[in-house]
Write a protein that binds this ligand. Structure first.
Ligand SMILES: NC(=O)C1=CN([C@@H]2O[C@H](COP(=O)(O)OP(=O)(O)OC[C@H]3O[C@@H](n4cnc5c(N)ncnc54)[C@H](OP(=O)(O)O)[C@@H]3O)[C@@H](O)[C@H]2O)C=CC1
Ligand SMILES: Cc1cn([C@H]2C[C@H](O)[C@@H](COP(=O)(O)OP(=O)(O)O[C@H]3O[C@@H](C)C(=O)[C@@H](O)[C@H]3O)O2)c(=O)[nH]c1=O
Length: 287
């Protein structure tokens, strides 16, 4: 089976490439310089050359704050690019697995968002990702769309690596404690996506993160604790819980964006692993 991966240099694209099944799958992976999903010519050329059976779209504009002042490019990648990939899949009869975000929700709920809850994004990034979801559903209703959240990996930039750097540079940190979600190790999401590739009957909307719930503050505290244990940090610094309004950012983020993973677990038989255990695995890899 030929599997085409877009966004191969990103966190998820990289994990997918490094965790591909050993047999039965031939991976064709592209970075933005080889396949720019906003360029119809690029998409047509790569699809006619590879003729994939399955496409996993990991390409995205993910700079949440920058998107507020760069709306056109955020929509170009997250909506137009996603729809280009959807149309190309439809044209050749390929299956599409597309990735979206918890930031499609406004965060006003107090229990996990289900796949049938109504999105209401607070910022441009979330709105452009929602536009991508809707565009894909319009051209290819059978596409798998998986919303995930707070993704990190040993590869690429993310909150874990930012914290490890700041914990060595700063005397103390103030971290937002009134935004609640679930950290997700990209390796686990990659494993779920490969399971979905292997189960051709899976279609429609899914939610997948690691298990459990945390604030960014809880996450930062755990990063410091585990990094000290593993020798990645030499000394602890004070970490203070702060309100989001004390850490002003261009984009508003949801106060609560825990998502319900029930159908993703039931339909694949894969169970989510607690985020703290996954964080320990990632930090072990970083050593
Ligand atoms: N990071 C997170 O916390 C979360 C991410 N998601 C979603 O998960 C998916 C994967 O995210 P993640 O791996 O973290 O993202 P990254 O930002 O790590 O990677 C995104 C990749 O997209 C590629 N890209 C950007 N524009 C284009 C384009 N026009 N054409 C082709 N490729 C392009 C970039 O390629 P290059 O480097 O080659 O330029 C980059 O490597 C995305 O859909 C994202 O919205 C959802 C929830 C949380
Ligand atoms: C660096 C830093 C951040 N923060 C806060 C700001 C923000 O509320 C929170 C996380 O900030 P970041 O900018 O690292 O993460 P952010 O870009 O908001 O992460 C989001 O990315 C997109 C792509 C998604 O799809 C989301 O699921 C989510 O993962 O941490 C502090 O409170 N103190 C700090 O020193």
């Amino acid at each position: 089976m030929k599997v085409l991966i877009t966004g191969k240099n990103g966190q998820l694209g990289w994990e997918l490439c490094h965790r591909a099944p050993k047999a039965g799958v031939e991976v064709f992976a592209f970075g933005s310089s080889e396949l720019d999903i906003t360029q119809l010519g690029d998409v047509a050329q790569v699809f006619s050359c590879v003729k994939p059976d399955v496409v996993i779209n990991c390409a995205a504009y993910t700079a949440v704050d920058k998107a507020e002042s760069d709306q056109e490019n955020a929509y170009l990648v997250n909506e137009t690019g996603a729809v280009n990939i959807g149309n190309a899949c439809k044209d050749i009869g390929a299956r599409l697995l597309h990735v979206s975000t918890d930031f499609v929700f406004d965060g006003t709920k107090h229990c996990p968002y289900t796949i049938t809850d109504t999105p209401n994004p607070l910022g441009v990034y979330g709105a452009s990702k929602l536009a991508g979801e809707l565009g894909i559903q319009n051209v290819l209703p059978e596409a798998v769309i998986v919303r995930t959240a707070w993704v990190y990996s040993t590869h690429g930039n993310n909150f874990v690596k930012t914290m490890l750097r700041l914990m060595q540079e700063k005397p103390q940190l103030g971290i937002v404690s009134d935004q609640i979600g679930t950290p997700t190790y990209a390796a686990g999401l990659a494993q779920w996506l490969w399971a979905v590739v292997g189960q051709g009957d899976i279609k429609g909307m899914y939610h997948w993160t690691d298990a459990g719930v945390a604030s960014w503050y809880d996450f930062a505290v755990a990063i410091q604790e585990l990094a000290l244990e593993k020798g990645l940090l030499k000394q602890a610094i004070p970490i203070l819980p702060i309100y989001a309004q004390q850490y002003p950012t261009p984009a508003k983020r949801p106060a609560f964006s825990v998502i319900d993973k029930t159908s993703a677990e039931n339909d694949t038989g894969l169970l989510t692993v607690h985020w703290r255990k996954q964080l320990a695995s990632m930090l072990e890899q970083l050593k």
